[in-house]
Design a protein around this ligand. Sequence first.
Ligand SMILES: CC(C)(COP(=O)(O)OP(=O)(O)OC[C@H]1O[C@@H](n2cnc3c(N)ncnc32)[C@H](O)[C@@H]1O)[C@@H](O)C(=O)NCCC(=O)NCCS
Ligand SMILES: Nc1ncnc2c1ncn2[C@@H]1O[C@H](COP(=O)(O)OP(=O)(O)OP(=O)(O)O)[C@@H](O)[C@H]1O
Length: 198
Amino acid sequence: MSPKPKLVGITGGIGSGKSTVAKIFEILGIPVYYADDRAKSLMNHDSGLKKQIIQEFGEESYTSEGDLNRKYLASTVFSDPEKVKKINSLVHPAVGRDFEIWASSQSTPYVLKEAALIFETGGEKKVDAVINVSSPLKIRVNRVLMRDPHRSLEQINQIIDQQIPDEDKNERADFVIKNTENKMLIPQVLEIHQKLQS
Ligand SMILES: CC(C)(COP(=O)(O)OP(=O)(O)OC[C@H]1O[C@@H](n2cnc3c(N)ncnc32)[C@H](O)[C@@H]1O)[C@@H](O)C(=O)NCCC(=O)NCCS
Ligand SMILES: Nc1ncnc2c1ncn2[C@@H]1O[C@H](COP(=O)(O)OP(=O)(O)OP(=O)(O)O)[C@@H](O)[C@H]1O
């Protein structure tokens, strides 16, 4: 049997570029678990979780076709820190279990868990190392405004308020990748990839 892969978290504030960086690791052959995407898939397909979300946030949480109503949920939860806590308490345990099952079926030296929240949830204790993708706030906000035309500046700021500041994450992370206009991503990824394989 091959040894269990090291578990490495890759995080970063909204719009920092963590999905973009995770895709470079994928090109190098490293399996990536995209927690935000998996969370949405579980919210769409796990009937127990779906029931809890409806109980807590109402029938509007799903469209008439039964799909997760992200726009409604985003405007409902991100404006109220208590609601963010509530949705986290429903979704995170399901994602944690799903990640463990996924990771146990991988056979590379390490795997990545890409997640917006790691330090916010104490998730750093469940992985062997954390990479923080770091970008200045202004660039992040502009990237998100371009990527998500449906999201208001007010909502982006509310989301930022629910996340630990970038500087704190940089201090706590084992590796930092700077995703700014004047820094190349690929050499930074290659350096970390080499260290994680050894
Ligand atoms: C409320 C939901 C449905 C809104 O979906 P939507 O497609 O509009 O936004 P998306 O998921 O892309 O999130 C937008 C950004 O908000 C940030 N974010 C998402 N969830 C959270 C949260 N619980 N706390 C702080 N920031 C968050 C991320 O940086 C993300 O980039 C969705 O964000 C959600 O279900 N969040 C709660 C579950 C969660 O924590 N998921 C992420 C990690 S598992
Ligand atoms: N170095 C870069 N150069 C140009 N565009 C970039 C760069 N990094 C990221 N982007 C763009 O910025 C946007 C945000 O990046 P990405 O989706 O990877 O961030 P994220 O941290 O995963 O965001 P979120 O937390 O919101 O899911 C995307 O549209 C992406 O294509």
